[in-house]
Design a protein around this ligand. Structure first.
Ligand code: FES
Length: 151
């Protein structure tokens, strides 16, 4: 079967082939435009406002946050009390290859991914080539014994 228009003629195979390219182009555009659709569901998207929880600092499971240099992971977020006593929170998902292996390093007062050695400053900025894309940092807000993490 041939599809014929004024000045244009193509076989069914050529027609289907042309659709395949168009569908691929549409999918690529959709994925780039709506990046969250193509990301791991556990991966908080930067600035998507999807993180908002509160930690009870009096609860025994959160006692690490009562000491400078202590840290824990909750809801795929690394929350640390830095050596200077400030609370900081970043995504646990490494920007290098997306592994959930980011941890706080009190000895260097930074964040580190042990998968391939990405390093990040306390502000989430990448400090070596593997960490060059940085980490999403969340806002922390202390109210008596409650620490809110959001962003
Ligand atoms: S995934 Fe973290 S350094 Fe590669």
């Amino acid at each position: 079967m041939k599809i014929k228009e004024v000045g244009l003629e193509m076989t069914r195979g050529e027609f289907v082939k042309s659709l395949g390219i168009s569908v691929g182009a549409i999918m690529a555009t959709w994925c780039i435009g709506g990046l969250t659709s193509c990301m791991n569901a556990d991966m908080p998207a930067p600035g998507d406002g999807g993180v908002d929880f509160t930690i009870d600092l009096e609860a025994s499971e959160n006692k690490a946050l009562l000491t400078n240099g202590g840290w824990l992971i909750k809801n795929s977020v690394v929350i640390a009390r830095t050596n200077s006593g400030d609370y900081v929170a970043v995504t646990q998902v490494c920007s290098h290859e997306g592994r959930k292996q980011v941890a706080y390093r009190a000895s260097k007062n930074d964040f580190y991914c042990n998968a391939h050695g990405a390093t990040y400053s306390i502000s989430g900025k990448g400090t070596n080539s593997a960490g060059s894309r940085g980490l999403t940092r969340y806002t922390t807000q202390l109210d008596k014994n409650s620490l809110r993490v959001f962003g």
